[in-house]
Design a protein around this ligand. Structure first.
Ligand SMILES: NC(=O)c1ccc[n+]([C@@H]2O[C@H](COP(=O)([O-])OP(=O)(O)OC[C@H]3O[C@@H](n4cnc5c(N)ncnc54)[C@H](O)[C@@H]3O)[C@@H](O)[C@H]2O)c1
Ligand SMILES: O=C(O)[C@H](O)CO
Length: 314
């Protein structure tokens, strides 16, 4: 059985080989246009972020499984895979410490205005101050404020737990109301209009694409933060850049953009504002999380080869 990992360098971890007879090939990275040639004769394709759309799958009659080396499967045309009988699997629960910790790094940096204070010190303001401290920029505790979550899966739940540890009230909105005594399920309007920190943890699908645009930003509290560690396509980036420049919301922390790596003209890329923090899709990338992902990836491939596929999404 031929297995091809299209973007091996997207993962820094020990990757053991599956425990069955196979022919393994990997490439550090693969341009979308090269995917078909590299997957010729492969039964199993492994991809973290290389897109596998309907036109690509149509040219790969021998492909039986796509093992996505990630939780998000928006780079794969799931409907086309299903039509062709290709099993698609993903990785679950591997970043339940990493991503919530990253999410709170963004939230805390923004709520305590760390970028603005750092800039003040670099400009010599503290050194020239007549007082022992600076307090030019508002600092707001998280304790007592409302954390609103879109999506309450593995990662939304991890973020909720940290929010509760900080003394926040956690409200969540999912496709169908959840039964969980520790958080309150709310409608979309209430989530949007009452959250002090709105954090996105839903997959990118046709239902969630651009779920936050100019109209939604205008309905958020003026002193609210928007955090996106899920997928770039959830938020209209031009609308967010305008909202941040215009003071429509207090700030935003993003780990993801609609195109990655970003194009130079991405409206959020060069937004040099102290209330906007951007990280390069790194929320998942702790050493521990990447190793857990690598282990689960091989387990998924072995489960499929043994005839009982696990973590199937399509
Ligand atoms: N930045 C990163 O490094 C990173 C790492 C891992 C995952 N992610 C992203 O985070 C997403 C969530 O991961 P997870 O492990 O929590 O997934 P999950 O499948 O466990 O949970 C997804 C949640 O989203 C909800 N949801 C789906 N569609 C919705 C809709 N239309 N409206 C409201 N809620 C909806 C589901 O009900 C569920 O509660 C992934 O899909 C992935 O895109 C990002
Ligand atoms: O979806 C995921 O797991 C992250 O984006 C890392 O690939």
């Amino acid at each position: 059985m031929k297995i091809v990992f299209l973007d091996r360098d997207s993962l820094i971890a020990d990757l053991r080989r599956p425990a069955f007879a196979h022919d393994w090939q990997d490439y550090p990275a693969t341009a979308p246009a090269d995917a078909v040639a590299r997957l010729q004769g492969a039964a199993i394709a492994v991809t973290n972020k290389v897109p596998l759309r309907a036109d690509t799958l149509a040219q790969l009659p021998q492909l039986k499984m796509i093992a996505v080396a990630a939780t998000g499967t928006d780079n794969v045309d799931l409907a086309a895979a299903r039509e062709r009988g290709i099993v698609v699997t993903n990785i679950r629960n591997y970043a339940t410490a990493a991503l919530p910790e990253h999410t709170f790094a963004l939230i805390l940096a923004l709520r305590r205005n760390l970028l603005a204070y750092r800039a003040d010190i670099e400009a010599g303001l503290w050194q020239r101050s007549e007082r022992f401290c600076l307090f030019h920029h508002p600092i707001r505790d998280l304790h007592g404020s409302r954390l609103g979550l879109l999506g309450y899966g593995a990662l939304g739940q991890g973020v909720a737990r940290l929010g509760q540890a900080f003394g926040m009230e956690v409200v969540v909105h999912t496709r169908s109301p959840i039964e969980d005594g520790s958080v309150r399920s709310v409608g979309w309007d209430e989530l949007l209009e009452t959250a002090d920190v709105l954090s996105l943890h839903a997959p990118l699908t046709e239902q969630t694409r651009n779920i936050i645009g100019a109209a939604e930003l205008a309905r958020m509290k003026r002193d609210a933060l928007l955090i996106n560690t899920a997928r770039g396509g959830l938020v209209d980036e031009m609308a967010l850049a305008q909202a941040l420049r215009g003071g429509v919301i207090a700030g935003a922390g993003f780990d993801v953009l609609s195109k990655e790596p970003p194009l130079p003209d991405n409206p959020l890329l060069n937004l040099r504002l102290p209330n906007f923090l951007l990280t390069p899709h790194a929320a998942w990338a702790s050493g521990q999380a990447m190793q857990a992902l690598a282990d689960q990836l091989i387990a998924n491939i072995e489960a499929y080869a043994a005839g009982h596929p696990a973590n199937v999404v399509a």
